[in-house]
Write a protein that binds this ligand. Structure first.
Ligand SMILES: Cc1cc2nc3c(=O)[nH]c(=O)nc-3n(C[C@H](O)[C@H](O)[C@H](O)COP(=O)(O)OP(=O)(O)OC[C@H]3O[C@@H](n4cnc5c(N)ncnc54)[C@H](O)[C@@H]3O)c2cc1C
Length: 471
């Protein structure tokens, strides 16, 4: 097998290209000793045994969309799964799909379309299914049916830290199946194949309001969150996003000249007809006159194709022209009053540090069941800031802004979406304390010698470790 598996070393052609295969152009200067590009599960097992034999720590990459580019390990092994198990399978009898962790949102969506089936993938066409699922997966129409790990993914094929190939599902290696979603960068094996349920697809619609929120920010935000509460959960995604008026101007400037902050209120609907879509979005009809006069645009309910929704997403998350990103998020604490919540989150959404930075609130109202998976923090909503810029000289300034803003936001939070965990930036809870203690035991059973190190920092926030002075 050593003759057939593609392995790149730092001096090889192609090494640097693969090392840099990240959504974020701000790739850390960490240089794996080997990059392995497996095509089959057996090749992954070979790579893991090879890493063990050579004492290399392993980082795994599926879609390369983790903003801090976590799979890169200095002097370790990068297992890049871009070519792994590329055959997509849809079983017409069971309606089950099976796919590679490196398949993207677009791969899943376009393959299922002729079968008129739907699987709740993420919102951007290029995100990889491996990292998305391990984070739990805030998939399309999450408010109605929960995260994509929640009942949608039925089985995994995993290569463990000693190189064994195992199946994990609700009855076989159940502890591994429980531990995977919610692990994010901390997962302690390699997912090589996944199986998921599908449902009949429906039509897609969306409606948007863009408001110049500069002079009415807090009252508008409060009304938006109150209105979001009234939008039925099933079949509706909500996206509240802030950005500068000049965010899309064709310039290389990182600073906003406009200094006007716009707020997008967007609802996407998955249902059978325009009439149904209008009913589901009817709470927005009560748009107060005091806000209406600040409206910049109102895009009425329109039937959409997936490609149009992805295009919209890419306007806020551009890629491919050297964009640098810094991202942080909190999962909001539902016990905090709305007024205090609005006050505390305003800096993260309003004082955006670069012209192309965006703030986002995703109302979720999702209460996971800790018995089902490690993903366990109750999720009223997530609040995030996605700072996009070009000039590397801004790195330190952006980092400082992010750390200060999000350390303050932690006061109205129960933790962080594990997809955004970055131990070098800020530590926060990724699971409930009880789920984390259970997860750490399962981790130690499957990876006793820490071949995978992405979980570092998870347990620092446990009360017993804080009492010991770990921060
Ligand atoms: C533009 C954009 C849009 C996004 N939209 C959404 C969204 O709609 N919903 C949502 O929930 N999240 C979203 N995210 C966050 C995204 O889900 C996470 O960043 C996720 O980690 C990306 O997965 P990936 O496989 O592409 O990333 P990668 O960088 O390849 O992987 C991230 C980490 O996951 C682990 N990992 C990945 N694959 C495997 C594997 N096969 N086996 C073991 N470990 C593995 C590794 O530890 C790796 O460091 C978005 C991110 C971006 C950049």
């Amino acid at each position: 097998m050593s003759d057939t598996v593609q392995i790149l070393h730092p001096a090889d052609d192609g090494y640097e290209n693969i090392r840099n295969r990240c959504f974020n152009a701000r790739v850390p200067n960490r240089r794996p000793a080997e990059i392995v590009l497996p095509w089959t599960t057996a090749e992954v097992a070979y790579a893991i045994k090879r890493a063990n034999a050579q004492g290399l720590k392993v980082g795994v990459r599926s879609g390369g969309h983790h903003f801090p580019c976590s799979p890169l390990r200095d002097s370790g092994m990068l297992l890049d799964l871009k070519d792994l198990n590329k055959a997509f399978d849809y079983n017409k009898d069971t309606k089950i799909i099976s796919f590679s962790p490196a398949h993207t949102v677009q791969d899943i969506s376009t393959t299922l379309r002729p079968h008129k089936r739907f699987f709740p993938h993420g919102h951007s066409r290029t995100v990889g299914m491996g990292g998305f699922y391990l984070a739990g997966g805030q998939g399309c129409f999450v408010r109605g049916w929960g995260y994509t790990c929640d009942g949608w993914v039925t089985q995994l094929e995993v290569v463990t830290a000693n190189g064994d190939i195992v199946i994990a599902n609700a009855t076989e290696n159940q502890d591994l199946f429980w531990a995977a979603p919610g692990s994010g960068v901390g997962f302690f094996g390699v997912i090589t194949r996944m199986w998921g349920k599908t449902i009949p697809s429906k039509k897609l619609y969306d409606v948007s309001y863009i408001v110049d929120s500069t002079d009415i920010f807090k009252p508008l935000l409060k009304w938006s969150l109150q209105t979001a509460e009234r939008v039925p959960r099933y079949g509706s995604d909500l996206f509240i996003c802030t950005f500068y008026a000049d965010a899309e101007e064709k310039t290389t400037e990182d600073e906003s000249k406009a200094k006007r902050v716009f707020m997008l209120l967007n609802q996407t609907v998955h249902c059978d007809s325009m009439e149904e879509a209008l009913v589901l979005a009817s709470p927005w009809q009560s748009f107060p006159d005091a806000f209406r006069k600040h409206l910049v645009a109102e895009i009425p309910m329109t039937e959409r194709q997936w490609e149009e929704l992805w295009d919209l997403q890419e306007r806020f998350q551009p890629h491919g022209a050297g964009e640098r990103w810094k991202v942080d998020s909190v999962i909001s604490d539902a016990t905090v009053s709305l007024d205090e919540f609005v006050d505390k989150i305003t800096p993260a959404l309003f004082d955006l540090p670069t012209r192309r930075a965006t703030g986002a609130i995703i109302p979720l109202d999702y209460i996971p069941d800790e018995a089902d998976h490690a993903l366990s923090l109750p999720q009223k909503s997530t609040v995030s800031t996605l700072v996009c810029y070009s000039d590397p000289a801004l790195d330190a300034k952006v980092d400082t802004w992010m750390k200060k803003t999000y350390t303050e936001l932690e006061k109205v939070a129960v933790g962080i979406y594990v997809a955004d965990h970055d131990k070098d930036q800020r530590l926060s809870r990724v699971m409930t304390d009880s789920a984390l203690r259970k997860w750490l035991k399962i981790r130690a059973k499957y990876d006793p010698y820490e071949l995978f190190t992405g979980h570092h920092g998870f347990d620092n926030v446990l009360p017993e470790n804080q009492a010991n002075g770990r921060t």
